[in-house]
Ligand binder design. Sequence first.
Ligand SMILES: Cc1ncc(COP(=O)(O)O)c(C=O)c1O
Length: 392
Amino acid sequence: MELPERFANLPDYTWPRLRALLDSHLPGGEVVNLAIGEPRHAFPEFVSETISAHAEDFGRYPPNHGSPELLSAIAGWIERRFGVALDENRLMVLNGTREGLFSASVALCPEAKGGRRPFVLIPNPFYQAYMTGALAAGADPVFLPATRETGFLPDLDAIDRDVLERTAAFYFCSPANPQGAVASRDYWKVVLALAERHDFRVFADECYSEIWRSERPVGALEVAAEMDSDPERLFVFHSLSKRSNLPGLRSGFVAGGAKGIAEIRQLRSYAGAPLPGPVQRASARVWDDEKHVEASRQRYVRKYEMADRIFDGVDGYVSPPAGFFLWLPVQDGEDAALSLWRESGVRVLPGAYLASGRNGANPGVGYIRVAMVADEPELERGLEELRNRLCM
Ligand SMILES: Cc1ncc(COP(=O)(O)O)c(C=O)c1O
């Protein structure tokens, strides 16, 4: 079977690519998996209790857009975290943010802008769902380098005016995966002002917003409220996967303008899979609880302190302010990942698999991404192997 043309050039997804690179070789030591960004800190015990207490809900079709109880818990969390009060018609529950990020483009990207195929702006490197969402909507992705030279966020002044005029949406990730860079209030103001001036939407992926070290990242919703900007410009995505160590629960939401949310809701009524009822019940309790979030955050802070100690004095090491990744410069990310695996059993991701562009034009080529998800002793061994084996 042939793929439709618009997906014909999709590279293999990140994980099959990594398996193809590494798995025909034996690991050179006990395996330390720092490749996938799958949180492994504890999630709250009440999650399992709530799911089993409401197991009878598995026998019913769940509410499509989110139960009133879950939407109210999400609205409460947004108000506490960002100081913004949103009506429930500005929220839509998602099975984690990946499918929502994808379907936002499908639901909200116009077929043409100014009579031409629209552009979707994407930072480079980037989370892979953005590109597929843009392609599914029939738009052309435009990649904006987010490199060391640009502070690991796109240089907004460098975007061509003609490109902006043709832009329908801008996917933006803060704190950024993989670099951990955080957009400041002023940076967000420029993004939102550009969206207003050039008539496009912003899809703000903030799934790492609760994992930070000394300064809580500003949220796009609070900046938009301060600027009193048009609510239809901004759609913000949050998830329990990273915040609450529940990547398998598949639970998140999108918040945005009521009109755009109605369009997303409608598309998902036809084609989406609602969250199972017991998952909605448990999710509501998880959004209401901050204790486990704080405990997990402190553990990541200590992991960053460990990384800072181990990489102290290493040329090119940047200690990120948020998220749980290290983005480490190496000669060649694939070579580094392969030799690390073969010599020590430490598994990391070549940066090129998270970025677009061939060879020198791919800003991830000279990097590896390290997910600090393992338990501390295992992580320490992994980071020390990295420090000793890779010449940075
Ligand atoms: C930047 C970014 N956005 C979105 C996601 C999707 O997360 P989920 O679908 O579990 O909410 C991930 C997961 O790794 C991510 O790194």
